[in-house]
Design a protein around this ligand. Structure first.
Ligand code: SF4
Length: 226
């Protein structure tokens, strides 16, 4: 196989499938996959003459629609439960609830063009940064000015924020490799809206049980049909 992106996807699939066979909740395998992803993307950026404009404190993209897989959200819940205070969790969930009330009135297309600050964005930094989902990891931009412009005019799909092609392709390949392994080993492969899945992860103690038995993990969250 000569295509470097297909090779990356296959490599990730094989590594993740082996690790997923070891743990029912998939969190250990997903953490390892995130580590490999970060190494792959760092190497790709090093080799690129163009660099991303993304930096700490710039968070226009954290007002966009975010999607998540069940294992990603269960890992985020675990991380928040271990590292956030009870007050901080309550505050995040209250903000998520307010966002969810708005999101449930929007069509998928309207949601795409509506700015809503992610409830996990605190002081313009992602409060779960080491465990942010693939959808957030995969986003990068080469033009912070365009991100600001898009944030100010969210309905304008003509604004191009720019991307590094190899970074986007490797990011996609790696994500597909992990997700194919998760699906192949019987995990919930559905895509959920981030905010409503976050709320259900905390509000329904049976979500993890459903995930472990290969069922639909989130029954109240919005499922995103791709
Ligand atoms: S999870 Fe983190 S990176 Fe993703 S949108 Fe929310 S604050 Fe931003």
């Amino acid at each position: 196989m000569n295509d470097p992106f297909q090779s990356a996807a296959l490599r990730e699939y094989q590594k993740s499938a082996t690790q997923l066979a070891l743990g029912k909740d998939a969190t250990a395998a997903l953490k390892k996959s995130y580590e490999r992803y970060d190494n792959l993307i760092a190497k790709t950026i090093d080799a690129s003459p163009i660099k991303p404009a993304c930096k700490a404190g710039c968070a226009f993209c954290c007002h966009y629609k975010v999607e998540v897989r069940a294992h990603e959200m269960l890992l985020i819940k675990d991380y928040m439960s271990k590292t956030f205070s009870a007050e901080k969790i309550a505050s995040v969930l209250a903000e998520a609830e307010a966002n969810a009330v708005i999101i449930r009135t929007l069509t998928p297309e309207q949601h795409l063009t509506t700015n809503l600050k992610c409830a996990l964005l605190q002081g313009n930094q992602c409060s779960i940064y080491p465990l942010r989902p693939f959808r957030c990891r995969n986003f990068h931009s080469t033009d912070a000015g365009a991100c600001e412009q898009s944030h100010g005019d969210p309905g304008n799909m003509e604004i191009a924020t720019g991307m590094i092609e190899d970074v986007a392709m490797f990011a996609d390949a790696h994500t597909q490799g992990f997700e194919a392994a998760a699906e192949q080993t019987g995990r919930d492969a559905r895509v959920y809206d981030f905010t409503t899945a976050l709320l259900e992860a905390f509000n329904d103690a049976n979500a993890l049980k459903r995930y472990k038995s290969g069922k639909k993990t989130f029954t109240q969250a919005i499922e995103v049909l791709e």
